[in-house]
Write a protein that binds this ligand. Structure first.
Ligand SMILES: Nc1ncnc2c1ncn2[C@@H]1O[C@H](COP(=O)(O)OP(=O)(O)OP(=O)(O)O)[C@@H](O)[C@H]1O
Length: 229
């Protein structure tokens, strides 16, 4: 993937298997968000393909990929600020993959109960603090009925108790059969949740394996944790 002459991702190849929680770590500018943008269709790859559940989705727009079950959260949440929390989630429930019951209103409420936002459902999304905006971002992703959820740094700024709740929620989502790919700088969240971790640096995957092995890998310690080479 290149922006003009600037190559951001170089030969990145990743297979994610159903039911995994894959953590992606790496220094700022490693290409993590760009990689996520390629998976959702926000960016088109200069070369290479994206396959989801056996289907080549490289040519599909973001909305079509969403309807096939790919949902994401953004690093900087941008809800529809003039709409209520509930309305924001309802938009996602109506335009995503949907739920088999065909009841988007029921699905939206169910998601808000699950993510802890039901109590502020009637507030304007634009009035929410950062933490609740992040919860809303996750709620919108879940309301699309995803098979794969891509999370971009939803853990920043959480207290320990809030982080515990997020860990429990992510595990619940996985137990419901959803595959998760999670970019995060808060190491504790990744080590508590992930079944696998990858580290990116300089537009390449430099480690891929069990979380403990990846954290201890010399290349990761140098590129990400700043250990002496
Ligand atoms: N639209 C764009 N045009 C030009 N360069 C871009 C664009 N988007 C990203 N880049 C560059 O690509 C590189 C990778 O950016 P990216 O946001 O993917 O990194 P990241 O690993 O997600 O970093 P962070 O942890 O800070 O979010 C950076 O050098 C960035 O400046």
């Amino acid at each position: 993937m290149a922006f003009g002459a600037f190559k951001v991702l170089d030969r990145v190849s990743l297979d994610v298997f159903g039911g995994e929680i894959v953590g992606i770590l790496g220094p700022n500018g490693a290409g993590k968000t760009t990689f996520m943008n390629l998976l959702t269709g926000a960016y088109r790859p200069t070369t290479g393909r994206v396959h989801v559940l056996g289907e080549d989705v490289t040519h599909l727009a973001t909305a079509d990929r969403c309807r096939r079950g790919i949902a994401r959260t953004h690093q900087v949440p941008r809800p529809f600020g003039g709409m209520t929390v509930f309305e924001n989630v309802l938009v996602a429930a109506r335009n995503g993959r949907g739920d088999p019951s065909g009841d988007p209103v029921g699905l939206a409420w169910q998601v808000l109960e699950h993510t802890g936002l039901a109590g502020v459902a009637n507030r304007k999304a634009g009035s929410l603090g950062l933490l609740d905006r992040k919860r809303l971002e996750l709620s919108r992703a879940l309301a699309t009925g995803p098979r794969v959820v891509l999370l971009d740094e939803i853990g920043g700024g959480l207290t320990d108790a809030e982080a515990d709740r997020l860990v429990a929620l992510i595990r619940d989502i996985q137990r419901d059969g959803v595959t998760i790919v999670w970019i995060e700088h808060i190491m504790r969240l990744l080590t508590e949740c992930c079944t696998r971790m990858i580290c990116m640096a300089g537009g390449a995957v430099i480690a891929d394996g069990l979380p403990g092995d990846v954290i201890d890998a010399p290349a990761v310690r140098t590129a990400y944790f700043g250990a002496a080479a």
